[in-house]
Design a protein around this ligand. Structure first.
Ligand SMILES: Cc1ncc(COP(=O)(O)O)c(C=O)c1O
Length: 389
């Protein structure tokens, strides 16, 4: 038989994250694996979406999204991200920020183009870039603070660099890039005439008083940054599939056409519904941050009590932890045994590194869970050592 699949999907496999979720369901465990985020959606957003459905706002929208939503996004991006943008021509509403990143990668990457990716990485970033046949250059973030070698970054840039991918706050390690780090990245982008694609989906989830800095807000970066964000995480609506892209006009025009080709538009009534998110008070965001900080601290404490070395994240809601001397052969065994014995799903750390050895002693835990579930998961983690004895 002829080769069935295109070269571009060679090696593509079901992720450990999906696999662990399926296994977790089988044992009725608590899923600290996938970043599902099971908090309730704010009532004003739900009401607005229900109203839109009842009013039959059911037809295709403009390819870049409804006017009201694009204008509210542009206002937020100017105020919060300090990125200048025009709602007419520089903002696109996508099917999740995943849709934004797929469109950006398809639009920018020719096979063999170089893209710089920090590791540990978010698997979708890696796989989408692989499907686009990018040549990947990795920069390793090192625990406990997830800093990196600035000289190595300078060497990674070349005239073939199409873009550097920044994810701040990052999944899976929770790194929040500092202004200085981003200024250095900006200088390198300018020097090598490269673009910066930045995934800021966790932009409101920050700990210990940290501030979010958007690469697109730095001097000289407005014409070379594609800023991606979305509603999934901030408003606990991962299944609504709403995200957006902000890009300089000539790039945004092409991204909008690709958005049209891939999805036509994001779900119409949900676009109308999510407009209400912009009316939430500042306290919504401060409460969310406080809630996640409590959950982060609980998860850190539980892992320490179990004898692990957790690396407390600076933002987002995932944590990598070194399971150290708990006696597991490797990360796959650790995830399997923790699920079998404690019925808590976690993700093997090697899934997040180009060299799996870097993650062999790590697991990732996601604490975006309802408090009673997280409390029970932490209780089970704390007693892990006794359960394993
Ligand atoms: C870094 C990062 N970007 C994007 C996404 C997906 O976002 P969306 O639901 O908007 O597609 C996730 C989800 O886990 C993520 O961790």
């Amino acid at each position: 038989m002829k080769q069935v699949f295109a070269d571009r999907i060679e090696g593509l496999q079901q992720s450990d994250i999906r696999r662990m979720s399926l296994e977790c369901t089988k044992v009725d465990g608590i899923n600290l694996g996938q970043g599902i985020c099971d908090q309730p959606v704010e009532p004003i957003i739900k009401k607005a979406a229900i109203k839109a459905i009842q009013e039959d706002r059911s037809i295709y929208t403009r390819l870049d999204g409804i006017d009201e939503l694009r204008h509210r996004i542009a206002g937020k991006v100017r105020d919060y991200n300090k990125v200048s943008c025009d709602a007419d021509g520089e903002v696109i509403v996508n099917v999740g920020s995943t849709g934004s990143f797929v469109a950006a990668s398809l639009a920018l990457v020719n096979p063999g183009d170089e893209v710089i990716l920090f590791s540990p990485f978010y698997g979708y970033h890696l796989n989408i870039l692989k499907v686009c046949q990018a040549t990947l250059k990795y920069i390793t973030l090192r625990p406990p603070d997830w800093s990196y070698d600035a000289a190595a970054l300078e060497v990674a840039f070349s005239k073939r660099t199409k873009f550097i991918l920044v994810n701040t706050p990052s999944n899976p390690c929770g790194k929040v890039f500092t202004r200085d780090e981003l200024a250095h990245i900006a200088d390198l982008c300018k020097k090598h005439d490269a673009l910066c694609v930045t995934d800021e989906i966790y932009e409101y989830i920050l700990y210990d008083g940290r501030r979010h800095v958007s690469p697109g807000s730095l001097p000289g970066m407005e014409d070379r940054t594609i800023t991606i964000s979305g509603f999934s995480k901030t408003y606990a609506m991962t299944g609504w599939r709403l995200g957006y892209t902000v890009a300089p006009r000539p790039i945004a025009q092409k991204l909008a056409i690709l958005n049209d080709l891939i999805n036509v538009c994001a779900p119409s009534p949900l676009q109308h519904g999510v407009v209400a998110a912009f009316d939430l008070p500042e306290s919504y965001y401060t409460n969310m941050r406080r809630d996640y900080q409590i959950k982060r601290d609980m998860t850190v404490a539980a892992c320490r009590e179990a004898g692990m070395t957790p690396y407390p994240p600076q933002g987002a809601y995932y944590m990598l932890a070194d399971f150290g001397d708990l006696g597991f052969k490797d990360d796959q065994e650790a995830a399997r045994v923790i699920l079998d014995r404690s019925r808590v799903a976690v993700i093997p750390g090697s899934s997040f590194y180009p060299d799996p050895e870097d993650g062999r002693k790590q697991i990732r835990l996601c604490y975006a869970k309802k408090m009673p579930d997280l409390e029970e998961a932490c209780r089970r983690i704390r007693t892990l050592r006794a359960v394993l004895a």
